[in-house]
Design a protein around this ligand. Structure first.
Ligand code: MBD
Ligand code: FE
Length: 302
């Protein structure tokens, strides 16, 4: 089976370009790359040309997710695998590849209609070391494990599970069976395609937007502490306080962003275990402190 290898990039749309520039640099520590295009700019985390494309189009949501494969033959094999599953896929034009700064690109949709891209050969700017937007103790952990993870909307969780495991070739599992406040059980599913414990998650109920949160991993715990101080000083909403999830065991907190969805800012996750397991609670923390923006998990409530 062909498998994607990492969460390579995401495209987001924003209504307030300047607020996002400030937030991305001064709070998250990302680097802005502005190439003079009026409709977009880029956010960097490492040597790649970009990891996030910010489309300034008035919307405030996820626009697309870019999954990487190794090379041209892997992309061709992935295209055959997608077609064999009866799913529509389009080979992107040269111009579209150039737009994304990749050598080859497929475009399709997941079962929820989330625009999905599979690519190989990102542009890596070896002459442009990552320059954090604010002083950082250690930058971001990306490498072969991708830029982080996303929690996305997926009304039909089973259809989503089939798609991400059998079409994109990821390893996926229910990782929690958690009681919900209304007496039910939430059974979110998590997917990995490299050593990062998860690159994708869904199955936590209804969502207004395509995305609930994007998670980035810092190399140094003190960058999580610094961001925690900064959001207090700048009155940026804390959506879930510091805590550790049972699955990735990273130290993280969740903060609002200028588009009204969340950034999970994390440090120190363990690697993905080879075999599935599930939890009924988290280790500690992550109390929801922003009504309507938490994940409605009945774990570690105050
Ligand atoms: C995560 O990264 C997460 O966001 C949730 C809700 C549960 C476990 C790990
Ligand atoms: Fe998360």
């Amino acid at each position: 089976m062909e498998s994607v290898t990492e969460l390579g990039y995401v495209g987001i749309s924003v209504s307030d370009a300047n607020a996002w520039k400030k937030y991305a640099t001064e709070i998250m520590g990302l680097e802005v790359l502005d190439e003079g295009e009026d409709d977009r700019y880029y956010l960097r985390m490492d040597y790649w040309h970009h990891r996030i494309v910010v489309h300034v189009d008035g919307n405030d949501d996820l626009e697309y997710i870019g999954w990487r494969v190794a090379d041209r033959l892997a992309l061709e094999a992935m295209e055959r695998q997608i077609r064999n599953c009866g799913i529509k896929v389009r080979i992107a034009s040269k111009e579209e590849c150039q737009e994304r700064r990749v050598l080859g690109l497929l475009k399709l949709e997941d079962p929820a209609g989330n625009p999905t891209e599979i690519f190989y050969g990102p542009q890596v700017d070896t002459d442009r070391p990552f320059h954090p937007g604010r002083p950082m103790h250690g930058g971001f952990v990306t490498g072969a494990d991708g830029l982080g993870h996303v929690l996305i909307r997926q009304p039909d969780v089973e259809a989503g599970f089939q798609f991400y495991t059998k079409v994109l070739g990821m390893q996926g599992s229910i990782e929690y069976n958690i009681p919900t406040p209304n007496g039910g059980t939430a059974s979110p599913v998590f997917f990995h395609c490299n050593q990062r414990q998860h690159s994708l998650a869904f199955g936590l109920g209804e969502m207004d937007k395509r995305i609930n949160h994007l998670t980035v991993e810092t190399a140094n715990i003190d960058d999580v502490g610094r961001a925690y101080d900064l959001i207090k000083k700048r009155h940026i909403p804390l959506a879930m306080s510091l805590g550790k999830h049972s699955n990735d065991q990273a130290l993280s907190f969740y903060m609002g962003n200028p588009s009204g969805w969340l950034i999970e800012y994390s440090w120190g996750p363990r690697k993905a275990p080879a075999q599935a397991e599930y939890y009924v609670t988290d280790i500690w923390g992550h109390a929801t402190s922003l009504p309507g923006h938490g994940l409605n998990l009945d774990i570690n409530r105050d």
